[in-house]
Design a protein around this ligand. Structure first.
Ligand code: DGL
Length: 268
């Protein structure tokens, strides 16, 4: 039985999902959030679908120990290749991936219907984003590009570093000639590097990050099931990782710009 006082479970391979957690926290400050970052096995995006699906099942099982009322896959890669696995593991608990919400926002914003998508190797190879875009908008044109080095740069805290700008230029140059008007950050690590990405893309391209779209989706799903937490107090959150908690805390605080609770070390 799902309960309105239960937490929302959120997971990612590492710090990326915090970009989603931050938005949920801003929109729904009374909701208790339990976050798991699988830092022992990050990155996911360079691994095979088989490995990612195994990790996704284990991450979900870990969150189930906390009796969540909703599971948020704050990871583009898992959303692209293992959404079914998470739903199967979660059984009656509702599950939200990032792709549908992100695509809906991109289609609302684009004028030319020329949309760029960047993500991990696994996400781009899965073609999950173009599939979702074309299913909703036949007239769209999608340009995709894998940007595998962005995840280690984000995990390293190289937010607006010169090296990040150099690599962003290498990855994003093609989008300039395609004249896209909207760029989906199809990996939840990428908003961490947003200043560098914006620097290359210029101010005519709208950047879509999954955080805001997901926070709205979370609110709608909880409201429709009568599961919004009605408490008036700001909730305390729980952060867990599978390796090196101190580094996670340091980098996460650097890019969130807030002090975080202690990060627990847990085994999947
Ligand atoms: N942040 C994840 C994503 O959205 C995973 C990146 C990775 O671990 O490669 O794809």
């Amino acid at each position: 039985m799902l309960h309105r006082d239960s937490p929302i479970g959120i997971f990612d391979s590492g710090i990326g999902g915090l970009t989603v957690m931050r938005r949920i926290k801003e929109r729904l400050p009374n909701e208790r959030l339990v976050y798991f970052g699988d830092t022992a096995r990050v990155p996911y995006g360079t691994k095979s679908p088989l490995a990612i699906r195994k990790y996704a099942a284990e991450d979900t099982a870990l969150l189930l120990r906390y009796n969540p009322k909703l599971i948020v896959i704050a990871c583009g890669t898992v959303s692209a290749v293992a959404l079914d696995v998470v739903k199967e593991t979660a059984k009656d608990i509702p599950v939200l991936g990032v792709i549908a919400a992100c695509v809906a926002t991109a289609l609302e914003k684009t004028k030319t219907k020329k949309i760029g998508v960047i993500g991990t190797l696994a996400t781009i190879a899965s073609e999950a984003y173009p599939r979702e875009i074309y299913a909703r908008e036949h007239g769209a044109t999608v340009f995709s590009k894998a940007c595998p080095l962005f995840v280690p740069l984000a995990e390293e805290g190289f937010l607006n570093h010169e090296a990040t700008r150099l690599i962003a230029h290498e990855y994003l140059a093609d989008f300039k000639t395609e004249a896209i008007d909207t760029l989906i950050l199809g990996c939840t690590h990428y908003p961490v590097l947003r200043p560098a990405i914006e620097f290359i893309m210029g101010n005519k391209v709208q950047i879509i990050d999954s955080g805001e779209a997901m926070a709205l989706e979370v609110e709608l799903v909880l409201a429709s099931r009568d599961l919004l937490n009605l408490s008036k107090t700001t909730a305390l959150h729980q952060l867990m990782v599978s390796d090196v908690p101190q580094k996670f805390k340091t980098v996460a605080e650097l890019f969130l710009g807030i002090e975080l609770p202690d990060v627990e070390l847990v085994a999947t």
